[in-house]
Design a protein around this ligand. Sequence first.
Ligand code: GUN
Ligand code: ZN
Length: 418
Amino acid sequence: MTTLTGKLLIADPSGHQMMLRSGSIRISEGRIHDVVLENDEEAITAADSFRPLVPGDRIICPGFIDAHLHLSQFGIIGAHGLPLLKWLDQVTFPAERAWEDVNFARQKTRLVLANLLSFGTTSFCAYTTVHHTSAMAALEEASQLGFRGMIGQVLMDRNAPPELCRETNQLIDEAAETLARFPSTSEMAAAVTPRFAITCSPQLLESAGTLAAEHNAAIQTHLAETEQECARVAELFDSARYVDVYQQAKLLTPQTILGHGVHLDARDRETLATHGAIIAHCPTANQFLGSGQMNRQALNEARVKVVLGSDIGAGYERSMVSVARAAIETAASLGNTPPSAASAWYDITAGAADALGWDDVGQLRKGYRADVVVIQPDFTTQMQGHDSIIDPLSQLMFAWDDRWVKQTYLRGQSVWGG
Ligand code: GUN
Ligand code: ZN
């Protein structure tokens, strides 16, 4: 039995936010055996009087959930100055060609997974490339290490370099193989992943929708990230609304994760809400490519579920804490009521798990997977003897330093740091 003691980041029963409570968790056989909280007076929430974090404090946190990233794009982080479609053509597609070599892909996947653990990410929804054996290798590696989440082989049959396009039927057969080996019930499952409407023929989109339905599988794709992309989709699909292109192909389901959704109107949001599809908000990537700022408040009001993604490599922050902070900043710069830090912490833990329908991660809770991050903030400038007026969860998020992640556990095993 492993015991971890400190300030536990736990879900606030009163709403969609997290709070810190002193206590400990005990881990046994990969699961959280129990959670023991100290007395109630120790509660620290945004609403309470704040108990400042002090040097030596240790935060015990559920592992972070990154709901949108590209395993094949860690090497291109930082290719700045291009809008999406040029960035894809000039930077991304050339880089993805390297995944043709399965040994290269496996090696890179291992490095990327280790890297994610060092940032506290223990669950994710990821894309690979169009290469089938490499997608299988990535699934094998992530599954073996004990990650929770999904990985999809990218499906493309047009408007990409010929080396990265495949016959429609071949893509569907290969995607079916990934699902046969890593079904939707697996802790690391395959996801049906048509890249986006521009690089997929109508037949491919439709077959992908059918395949996902047959296997009760999750779907990942990109939606309305830039205006230029939306205009191109209208050209390719007879002026149809972008959202309707996916809807007609039966690609909008409660298990669909749509990257971005920056350029949507009220009707689009209603369609997404009706089908229960989820938007993966990727604020750092939107900033980096100059795609626009996603109006999360409008999505919330329309009751569209939203999760957060790093979208590496258009996104440049590997830490989900930094992505959550960027989401607060985006909301503020749009003049919307920014989410509280307590709710931003929820977004990358319990909230993401809830939206994705994962009932075994995202919280420090009895019976849940022991995917845990130990954080040791280093507030060397903390004034002693003064009660801080700063919400500790806000302080932790805005003063965040990736070096504060001291140890990461997957299924109760220490897999990074310590
Ligand atoms: N749209 C289609 N493919 C991609 C991708 O790889 N990254 C981003 N940010 N948007 C996309
Ligand atoms: Zn993406």
